[in-house]
Design a protein around this ligand. Sequence first.
Ligand code: C2O
Ligand code: CU
Ligand code: CU
Length: 487
Amino acid sequence: MNRKKFLQIITLSTSGGVLFGVDSLLQSCNSNNMGMGNMDMNMNGNTNIIEGTFENILSFPETHSSPLTLTAQFVQSSMGELNGLGYHSDRILGPTLLANKGDSINIRFVNSLTEPSNIHWHGLMIPSDMDGHPSDVITSGNSFTYTFIANQRAGLYWYHPHPDAFTAKQVYRGLAGLLVIRDSEESSLALPAGEREVFMVIQDKDIANGTVQYSPSMMQQMSGLLGKYVFVNGAYSPRYFVKNGKYRLRILNGSNARIYNIAFSNNMPFSVIGSDGGLLPDAVSVNEVLLAPGERIDIIADFAQIGLNNNVFLLSKMFSSGGSQGKQQYNIIKFVVNAEANDNTNVPNHLSDIQKLDTATSLTNRYFTITSGMMMQHTINNKTYDMNRIDAVVKSNSVEVWIFDNTNGSEPHPIHLHGAMFQVVERSGGRGMVFPHEYGWKDTILCLSGEKVKILVQFGEYKGTYVFHCHNLEHEDAGMMLQYKIT
Ligand code: C2O
Ligand code: CU
Ligand code: CU
């Protein structure tokens, strides 16, 4: 079954979509690429990033609160923007949903694609029939209303399709959006807000004729698709004007497989205040931080360190143990400091009292080895996804110790759990530590090659079947995903 399914996926994904339109912006990136042909793919199957001129305007998806209709559809943007898939009619990605902790959410999903889709609410602990389980799909032309309570800490969550074997292609072509939850704890901190709170979805994509092109090679099917162009909120090579004060940058890595080592071009320190599940206990000053697919980071950057009328780039630095990744440094977005901020924001050092889950009691331990199966396909405990098999049964509201072991792996894997949040207790091998920016609540954890990560998982209250998987979406679609059941 494994090999058959894997080959079937390759066939499906290379049959591609119809191409539309011609786009001046992206023709310019194609011309940057001229003469390189397919040579930008090195021996490792690593695709190098091609930077633009950082003159495009960074735009933002509209913000909305519930109730709302999201229609997955092909979008042909106005001049200069990207064609692909979107949840609104005029641009790729989806609206940014705003909610307060405790709100009831009501989202009608309409599938105007020609294939099955659904919506998964990444990071939320909600009933399994609302979670966008891979087998719970809405077929072409049909709709479904997702209703749930956003009973979650303030944080940056997100939504994206999760249909079995089609997730990678649909997300890559543009289906993803942010879900921002606020609460009173967060607002009492008076963090930079309004124009100084900037939401960024970072994604790499390949483009043909102005349209997102999902056509991974056999090699990229196995290692994950790395695009040649980096986009922020759907804008290629963007710039953004800022004042010389503190900004709250809230970043989602919405890429299929690419890991970014986020830093600034002047190497200035920045402060990490939150991650997947909201605020950290304490702000952490860093110069760089790895952000894997699915992970979010909340940082305070102080542009007062940059003189008026100067620039600084947010970039990705090189890093090691990333398999074919991490071998190139490239810019992501240019910040142009063009005005005085009159900033008196004071970001406190202590942010939130996070109760540590207790390791002392005797908890169930589960061990998951990351292995390579047939054709180098990735497996968890030598298994690939089977929607008719439950791989673990846990009790609602319980805590367990889960260990993901990539000791013998040669590629990085960001592991993500649905229906749960966790705390990271130990990382051995590789980087050999849990980083202070990982001290909060997480739903996705990066295991670089050689690493073994131990997490304490808090399962939710709702009974039902959930998945956990590698958030390298090519790995996921090829079956690097198992199921657990809350009883
Ligand atoms: Cu964002 Cu199952 O994933
Ligand atoms: Cu998820
Ligand atoms: Cu993986």
